[in-house]
Design a protein around this ligand. Structure first.
Ligand code: DGL
Length: 265
């Protein structure tokens, strides 16, 4: 029988942001081989309609399946909330998705007021609406569309005055509304945490779902007996359909076994 364990975990996002999830997965599962797909040419997904997001997600999955991925992590809240149901119906492979962590935020808030920073596509989705309506009714939810944030990160302006101004315009009003938990509902946003901290100090707790997604990935691999136990160095390929510079900066650190490939898909 073909041993699937050594086959890679496939991970995709509209762009470079899902590398924040890749890092969590790589930290928890260092022996796993991975293939990451950054569809930066089509970012942001958040301003597109549901059908466009579904079509792009299918294109990404087809690419990852050609690379023999054993499971697929949809490292994008916008793609998860709009397309994961269709992907699960269409393909016979486990999918792991990511959604804004509003349930943990609802449990942790003391002021009963939480902020949710996400894309328009996520906040308008049926799945978000469903999750949102299931939490305690006395929790006030302040939803903010982070318009422009993904574009700035994709264009290499993570650390720029433009970014600080845009972020402040979204976050300062939340502080005035008694928000004590801020949910980061987009996988690009964990890269903004140091700047958000500069703005909010320690007044607001920042909550994202990256670690939970890595734990869920591990548990699904275990459930399907797909964990890679090989002690050989794991290999990691990153495909991007735009200039690779921004992605390289985000993943670089001191890792040696990473390969970034510019390719149209
Ligand atoms: N990283 C995507 C997410 O988690 C960004 C969405 C976009 O491309 O607008 O939603």
């Amino acid at each position: 029988m073909l041993k699937l364990n050594k086959f890679p975990i496939g991970i995709f996002d509209s762009g470079v942001g899902g590398t924040s999830i890749w890092k969590e997965i790589n930290t928890l599962l260092p022996l796993e081989n991975t293939i990451y797909l950054s569809d930066s040419k089509n970012a942001p997904y958040g301003d597109k309609n549901k059908q466009e997001i579904i079509d792009l997600s299918i294109k990404n999955v087809e690419f990852l399946l050609k690379q023999h991925c054993k499971i697929i992590v949809v490292a994008c809240n916008t793609a998860t909330t709009n397309a994961i149901k269709i992907l699960r119906e269409k393909y016979d492979i486990p999918f792991i998705g990511i959604e804004p962590a509003i349930k943990p935020a609802a449990l942790q808030t003391k002021t009963n007021t939480i902020g949710i920073l996400a894309t328009k596509g996520t906040l308008n989705s049926d799945l978000f609406e469903k999750t949102s309506s299931a939490i305690n009714k006395k929790i006030v939810k302040k939803e903010i569309v982070g318009k422009g944030l993904v574009d700035l990160i994709e264009s290499g302006k993570l650390h720029s005055n433009e970014m600080t101004e845009l972020l402040s315009s979204y976050i300062i009003p939340l502080m005035n509304e008694n928000v004590d938990c801020l949910v980061l509902g987009c996988t690009h946003y964990p890269y903004l945490i140091p700047q958000i901290r500069e703005i909010v100090g320690d007044k607001i707790q920042i909550i994202d779902s990256g670690e939970a997604v890595a734990r869920q990935t591990k548990s699904i691999l275990e459930k399907h007996s797909l964990i890679n136990t090989s002690s050989k160095n794991s290999s990691h390929k990153f495909y991007i359909n735009k200039d690779k510079k921004v992605l390289e900066i985000l993943i670089s650190n001191d890792r040696k076994n990473l390969k970034v490939i510019e390719e149209d898909f």
